[in-house]
Design a protein around this ligand. Structure first.
Ligand SMILES: Cc1ncc(COP(=O)(O)O)c(C=O)c1O
Length: 367
């Protein structure tokens, strides 16, 4: 018998998420070392030393279940952002927030809106609960908020996903544009504002979405410790929302969805503002290095507000494979309907250099 047929058709129709290739896999495949991974928007500085010490401490109590309510982490977030515990949801990465929102609020046939070229997990989370995704064409690879508003109302959707900045395009929506959208959207439509790359925003682009929660009870803000905090392997994220919304999301989460080591590390990481500032500064320099390098090579790119940039290149699939052979892992984004683009994460100066020189070499080869 075909066991996949036991799953509902909407589950069978899911196209699996394709993660960045791990270094160990490429080492096994090609027998090479010194590989640089610039494929998953990770933090090239690692994580805060304070988080490392907190993890060592937390390991001593690993035989015990974690605090299922994540009191200390909620307290740290509450102290930092002024949001009460009842408005916080903790997750196994912010990916969990996207799934919890879909699971709590969508059922078979319910609709969710997202932009074309937006983060792949929005359609996945929608489809996994039998929801119907409405993908709205982008403008210059960014979210078209007017068209998304129209689609949300016309299609009677329950949930809108917005990534700001978006991955993989790196595009950004100003705080003012988001406010106009939120004010025009009927209050019975939820908005999940995914701010996974929030800490990378240039100072002049920053806006205070947390302060909007009072005005918009339908707003869910999700953030993560995976990117600027450098804790991707631990899987910790969080959301801020209206207490009733947070309550529904908390009801569908696993009771112990954030492990104790991750909780302890996240609490310590929040307090290490110097580390986040160093990360930010390194990313600004690296972004300039990479985009200047791409320009020198005659390649166009989408200006990015995150810690990655997508650039246009002929024969992208071939270039991706050649980069692998030269020990550089980037991300093909054909599955985002961008077959002529590759996405590269910003690394250390030496890693960026290795990427640019490998790319230069490939461009000089006969194809
Ligand atoms: C836009 C966006 N949202 C959410 C996530 C999920 O990250 P995590 O689950 O590690 O917090 C990512 C990861 O790449 C992302 O790019």
């Amino acid at each position: 018998m075909n066991y996949s047929e036991l799953a509902p058709p909407y589950i069978r129709a899911i196209a699996p998420y394709q993660p960045g290739k791990p270094i160990s896999e490429l080492e096994r495949e090609l027998g090479i070392t010194g590989i640089v991974k610039l494929a998953s928007n990770e933090n090239p500085l690692g994580c805060s030393p304070l988080a490392v010490s907190a993890m060592h401490e937390a390991i001593k109590t690993i035989a015990l279940y974690p605090d299922g309510n994540g009191f200390e982490l909620k307290d740290a977030l509450s102290g930092r952002y002024g949001v009460g515990h009842e408005r916080i949801v903790l997750g196994n990465g912010s990916n969990d927030m996207l799934e919890l929102a879909a699971r709590a609020f969508l059922t078979v046939g319910d609709k969710a809106v997202y932009s074309a070229h937006a983060f792949a997990v929005y359609p996945l989370a929608t489809q996994a609960v039998g929801g119907v995704g409405v993908s709205v064409p982008a403008i210059d690879f960014g979210h078209d908020l007017n068209a998304m508003l129209k689609a949300a109302i016309e299609h009677k959707v329950k949930l809108v996903f917005i990534a700001n900045p978006n991955n993989p395009t790196g595009t950004f929506l100003s705080g003012d544009a988001l406010l106009v959208f939120l004010r025009a959207l009927p209050a019975n439509i939820l908005v999940l504002l995914d701010e996974a790359y929030n800490e990378y925003l240039p100072v002049e682009c920053r806006y205070n979405s947390v302060s909007w929660l009072k005005e918009f009870p339908n707003l869910i803000i999700s953030r993560t410790f995976s990117k600027a905090y450098g804790l991707a392997g631990l899987r910790v994220g969080y959301a801020f929302a209206h207490a009733q919304v947070a309550d529904m999301m908390n009801r569908v989460r696993q009771p112990f969805n954030v492990n104790s080591v991750a909780q302890a590390a996240a609490v310590a990481a929040i307090h290490d503002t110097d580390f986040v500032m160093q990360t930010f500064a390194l990313n600004m320099r690296g972004m300039k290095q990479v985009t200047d390098g791409l320009t020198r090579l005659g390649l166009g790119y989408i200006p990015s507000f995150g810690n990655f940039v997508s650039f246009r290149i002929a024969n992208a699939a071939h270039v991706y494979r050649r980069l692998l052979e030269l020990g550089v892992i980037v991300r093909p984004i054909a599955s985002y309907d961008m077959p002529d683009y590759l996405r590269v994460s910003i690394g250390l100066e030496s890693e960026n250099e290795k990427f640019l020189s490998a790319l230069k070499r490939i461009l000089g080869e006969k194809q």
